[in-house]
Each structure stands twice: as C-alpha cells, then as structure tokens.
Write a protein of this length. Structure first.
Length: 421
C-alpha cells in the first residue's frame, strides 16, 4: 500500500473521539516533576493494551520510567518523551471563573485543548501511542522494531530535581542492552509538527559576590559588593556583544548570554553581598567546557577591587556536569526526509526542518548512544510553561496519522550506519 492510499485509509478509520479522550485522560493526571510515576503507570497500561512488551524501571528512588517494545528483525525506531510537566502554581488564580481554571481539566475552547502538559508534551506522547493504535485498526504492521520510552525528570523548576535522571537511566539500560538500541529516534518535544534536527546548548551560572558591609556613614570601612557586581555585569554584557556578532548557526542562530536575576543590598549600609544568575546559550559546534572557560575569562575576576570574593556555581548539569550540550544531526538523512513526507501528507504546511531554541534530551541519544535523533510533535513551545498552554485539536489528530504513516513505512533504507559509542 502506497503512502497516499494508506493516508486516506488512516483518515477514514481514525477514531478521533478516542484519540482526544486518550489525550484528556493523560492531561487529567498530575505529573509535575517528581510526581511522574502515576502517569508512567497510566502509559504502561496503554502500551500493554496494544500488545507491546512493557517494562518499568526506577530511578532516583521510586520514580519510574516506562517502555513498550515491538520486536522485529528490521531496524529499530524509538519514540520517546518526558512524562513530567512544570508546576501549576498560579494557574487557577489566573483563570479564576473561566472554564480553563482547572490545570488538569483538558477543556476545549475554540478548537484548542487547554491544560498543563498539553503541548509539553503529553500531546506528543498521546499522538504517538494513538498512531500505533491506528495502525492496528487498519491492520498494518510496521516494518521496523518500535520502542516507546517515556522518561521522567526532564523539566527544571522543582528544588533538587529536574536533572535528566530519567534519561540517564534510559541510556544506562540501552548501553547494557536491556532495551533494543535505536537506529533512529523521535523525541516528541513540541515543534508544530516541524522536524528539528538541531538544538541549542546551555549552562546556568549563579555568581555570589561578597564584599564587606559597613554603616552608611562610614563607607570607607566596607567593600561594596554591588559596585563589584556592576563591574561584572559590564564584562558580561561585553561578552554578550562578542557572542552576538560571532558565528551564526543556520537553524538556531548565534550564541548568547542573558542575566536573569540580581539581588543585593537591602539595608541602609554598604552592600556586603550580591547574587546574580545568568544563562548562556550555545550554538551547535561549541564545546560546553570551552564556553565555560571563555565566560570565566571574560569576568576577569583577578581585576576586581581588593576584598571582593567571587564564587561561581553551575547548578543545572544535564548530559554535562555544568549544563546541556548543543546538538546537530544531519538534516539530509533519509529518515528525516521520510518523516517530513509523512507529516506533509497529513499537515501540508508543516514538516519543515528547523532547530530548537530550547534544550531537551536529544544529546543523550545522539552523543551517548550514537543514534540520530530529531524533535517532532504537535504543540507550540511558545505556550509551554505558561498559563496559556494548549494544543490545537486538528494538529494533534494530524500528528496521530503522521506517526502512523512513519511507523508503517520506516525501514532499512532510512537507516544510516551507527556512529561508534
């Protein structure tokens, strides 16, 4: 059966009410980072109900990842995504008497389903599962092995967690051959059904500036931490200007640095302490270690006033101890082209190659497993993490059919030789 005739059959047999119900059931489960396990268990029931060989594995105590495997002699395709969402603090207060007041309500307003996790990224997870279910409905068997892997601890924002512990556990299991090694992977971060082959990297730096406080009438007895911080800010912004005029990546643009928070003083006295935070964005091709070295050199700490002490902390280690690596996959891979074509069959204006202006867990597969990986899913990253989070119903339903087409047709002709691990 060719793609056009299969696409028509998928549209004819798609149970749109069941697909939307699956999404609403998923959205009804609170899975803020640290509390993902109930959602993982929900997903295990969905995967086992489709006849997949399922399993669950714990990480960070009793938190659980989940997977489902369809074994095959052909190449192996992996679909993965994170089970956790960011918090919902302030959501109900923001919407008050509006029908969207419940952050887990999944209410539909003007063709959009509103809920925490709708775009990021339960819409992608449910579209992929529903896509495989739709293939079963039309009695088409994939010509590849298929692994669904849904992992926790991706989102930042909750104290002490959100460090990709779930992804690290998945990589460990793949390296130990406890799960089939993928030849190609689709991570279902929201892309409006475009295909992202690259992403930024990042590190976060928390800088503590310590001087010596003193009574305002005798400032000569103190060391002004706020003045020292002003010097550091000037140097950071000079570094930003250099980055902005530096090399530009075709899909994600230039590197950048942004100061996100500053706190200091508070008494009628010489400020003895000041703290600031920043995030540095890396383009593909930059090494995270080199970026940290360049940043610290730009601060020129040795040239600060006497009596000033500086401490720098990098609190957001992911695949790297100090942050998350940038990644680039070949946009001309046969698998990328085939995925684009499957998307265009169901959503003609989507399927464009792009790059992610956000960071997610692509490098765990691309760099640590040697598996080409892309982001592709329904949903808009621009509304993720906000009170406006929602997903367009028609885009979600188109994604179900696109994933079904991709699962049905992915085969050995779409696989490149694996990189050494």
């Amino acid at each position: 059966m060719n793609a056009n005739s299969l696409c028509g059959k998928l549209r004819l047999f798609q149970d749109t009410l069941a697909d939307v119900a699956l999404l609403r059931d998923a959205l009804a489960i609170d899975s803020v980072t640290g509390g993902e396990t109930p959602f993982a268990r929900f997903l295990e029931k969905q995967l086992s109900g489709l006849g997949l060989h399922t399993g669950m594995g714990t990480f960070e105590g009793q938190r659980e990842n989940v997977w489902g495997v369809l074994h095959s002699d052909g190449p192996n395709l992996m679909v993965l995504g994170h089970t956790d969402t960011v918090h919902v603090r302030g959501w109900a207060e923001h919407w008050q008497d509006d029908p969207r007041k419940d952050p887990f309500g999944g209410v539909e307003v003007e063709g959009q389903i509103w809920s925490r996790g709708a775009s990021d990224l339960k819409g992608g997870i449910c579209a992929a599962i529903a896509g495989y279910r739709l293939l079963q409905r039309v009695e088409v068997q994939p010509s590849c092995g298929l692994t669904f892997a849904f992992i926790g601890d991706e989102e930042s924002g909750e104290p002490g967690i959100g460090v990709s512990a779930g992804a690290k556990d998945l990589v460990h299991r793949l390296k130990a051959d406890k799960l089939p090694r993928p030849d190609f992977a689709v991570y279902v971060e929201p892309t409006n059904l475009d295909v992202y082959t690259a992403q930024i990297g990042f590190f976060i730096a928390d800088i503590s500036v310590t001087g010596k406080t003193a009574y305002f009438g005798t400032p000569e007895l103190g060391v002004d931490a706020l003045k020292a911080t002003h010097l550091l800010l000037s140097r950071i912004w000079e570094h930003e200007a250099d980055l902005n005029t530096g090399p530009r990546h075709d899909l994600v643009g230039t590197s950048s640095i942004l100061v996100t928070d500053i706190q200091g003083g508070g008494f009628i006295a010489v400020p003895g302490e000041c703290n600031l935070s920043l995030i540095r964005q890396l383009r593909p091709g930059e090494a995270l270690d080199d970026a940290v070295i360049a940043f610290e050199a730009a601060l020129n700490i040795e040239e600060l006033p006497d009596g000033v002490k500086i401490a720098i902390r990098y609190p957001a280690g992911r695949d790297h101890p100090k942050g998350g690596s940038p990644v680039e996959n070949d946009p001309d891979l046969a698998a990328v082209d085939f995925l684009q074509n499957c998307v265009r069959e169901t959503r003609p204006k989507a399927g464009r190659v792009g790059g992610a202006s956000y960071w997610s867990e692509m490098p765990f597969l691309t760099d640590q497993i040697g598996c080409p990986t892309v982001y592709c899913a329904p949903g808009d990253i621009a509304v993720a993490h906000t009170f406006e989070e929602r997903i367009e119903v028609e885009e979600y339903l188109a994604a179900v059919r696109a994933f079904a087409l991709f699962f049905a047709g992915f085969n050995a002709s779409h696989v490149s030789p694996k990189s050494p691990t």
